[in-house]
Write a protein of this length. Sequence first.
Length: 302
Amino acid sequence: MSSSTPQVTVIGLGSMGFGMAQSLRRAGFDVVGCDVTAAGRERFVADGGHAAATPAEAARGSAIIVSVVVNAAQTEAVLFGPDGCADVMDADAVFVSSATMAPDVALALAARLEATGRHYLDAPISGGAQRASEGALTILASGTAAAFDRARPALDAMAATLYELGDSAGTGAAFKMINQLLAGVHIAAACEAITFAAKQGLDIRRVYEVITASAGNSWMFENRVPHVLDGDYAPRSAVEIFTKDLGIIMDMSRSEKFPVPVASAALQMFMMTAANGMARDDDASVARFYGRITGTPLPGDQ
């Protein structure tokens, strides 16, 4: 690797972060991974990377720190907690925040870090674990020109599509919340439709074939319904992700006095699914919940 290529830190080695770290390594970067679990760190070392137990330890010497944690609270802890990285980052380093959070929170975190002279790029991601491992994510980014300049080598390695959406943190987060509103509604609708089809006694594999070639198809129907057909609810994206994200949308809608009744109904379906013991299962488990409350058998959940 060229000496001019920066070291990159990836904090959060879950399904998305691990794939992003793999893509960075494949692009030739020396990657330091950090995860709260020893198993996550050990998995990354076995894959050929380096690992550190805390964000502070992981960030030392890295020009680019990519944070792939779940929410704003975890992002704040990564930056400013007892073992946070803000104080040990290089003076001109950039922090790339990929967590989904409310726009005003992203703006506040950016202001706090930028006050130290470091850079913050608001860069939520979309595409799923497979695209993360392929370096083919969509990244919805906003921040200063300097933040983009410093982060670009890593962004190019992780993304097939990079949207530069503004010069201030918070804009990328706002775009991501629109995506999450649609994603949550489409998952809930797909699960409702396929379970309703099963209730009618239809061959749901045939329903999948027909709908994916018809106007009612959606990316989420095409992507999530196979989990239902196979009775496979191992989490690629968990139910609790959408209880969080649609909850943020509810908070934003109250603040803006803007009604979001369809998103609200979808949130209730995710919340009821979570309350039924499936919070950490795949979000296609909404179909299982429909099946259970209507007495409709589905593959693998009879």
